[in-house]
Design a protein. Structure first.
Length: 318
């Protein structure tokens, strides 16, 4: 489909150029370029409208149509949501969702650009228009709803404790909640919020990225990490020098982030998420990326069920 769009656009540009050459001597190159660009935009828009009407989704917002792609903020160190694999490629659950959105929008799963974000800078990237959408393992919180809106929920996770494998002092959260314990946290995450809430007597050290936080634990700068269970399960399975403690706690609801003013875009995304749910796309990708999980999360949308809205989990959208 992408090749079809390009071919049509090139043909349109050639026709405009030919007509300009047959005009008066006062015709200029900038006028020809402007006409070609207008024709190209109109042709691309028409093709996009045909795609969205065929797949039963609402019309795309004009600014997304004009770009011909979606710019999505994703993680690069948060497996299995978003990370860099052994071949240097950005991969993960969130990225597959982004590609599916591009396929729905433009008929091409590659019509998407990925911008790498961290937990602390992802919302500024969105609000400053560097990205159109955040698919960055981001949980809904009341504080975040003050700044941005969220799509329907597409995943849920809890939090776990991770410590060094030879550490026998820590068996539960109670053991961490004292002034002699230092908990390592990724700044701006719900794991950090959970630690501050559940272990107020402990000391905290904050890091920008997950990889920095894990390195700090191994270097002995703290006693444990509290972080997203999906990352910690994956880390402990791949690295015998660390281990998880106990069961998951403080469940969170994961969704896409959009700007407050982008209501048309939010409606389109929720319609696309509902289509993915009907196709059981989320479950299929969950099986691919969360193969070690023993149960299906409550926040994973399944075919035949109602969409999991922000409001259904008790949040107030302002």
């Amino acid at each position: 489909m992408k090749r079809k769009i390009m071919a049509i656009a090139m043909a349109a540009a050639m026709i405009v150029g030919t007509l300009t050459g047959c005009g008066s001597a006062n015709s200029t190159v900038p006028e020809s370029s402007s006409a070609a660009e207008t024709s190209t935009t109109e042709t691309t828009t028409a093709v996009v409208e045909d795609i969205t009407s065929t797949n039963g989704l609402p019309e795309l917002p004009e600014k997304i149509k004009e770009k011909g792609k979606i710019v999505v903020g994703v993680k690069a160190d948060f497996a299995p949501f978003g990370y860099v694999d052994e071949n240097g490629n950005n991969v993960g659950y969130d990225l597959e969702i982004a590609k599916k959105l591009a396929e729905y929008a433009f008929g091409d799963p590659e019509a998407v650009d990925f911008e790498i974000v961290t937990s602390s800078n992802r919302i500024p990237y969105l609000t400053s228009n560097k990205v159109d959408l955040l698919l960055a393992s981001m949980a809904i919180t009341d504080e975040r709803l003050e700044e941005i809106n969220f799509t329907d929920i597409y995943m849920s996770t809890g939090h776990l404790i991770l410590t060094n494998a030879d550490n026998d002092k820590i068996q539960s959260l109670d053991d961490l909640n004292n002034k002699d314990m230092t908990i390592l946290l990724v700044d701006g995450t719900t794991g950090a919020s959970a630690a501050e809430k559940l272990c107020p007597d402990a000391k905290f050290l904050y890091y920008e990225t997950w990889s920095e936080t894990l390195a700090a634990l191994k270097a002995g700068r703290g006693d444990a990490i509290i972080h997203d269970e999906s990352v910690l399960y994956e880390t402990a399975a791949a690295d015998a020098s660390v281990k998880t403690i106990g069961d998951a706690f403080e469940n969170t609801w994961v969704a896409g982030g959009v700007r407050k003013e982008d209501t048309e875009w939010l409606a389109w995304l929720n319609a696309a998420f509902e289509k993915m749910q009907e196709e059981d796309f989320f479950y299929s990708e969950f099986q691919n990326w969360f193969a070690d999980w023993t149960k299906v999360p409550e926040g994973l949308p399944r075919s035949g069920q109602e969409p999991i809205t922000v409001e259904s989990k008790g949040f107030v959208v302002k």
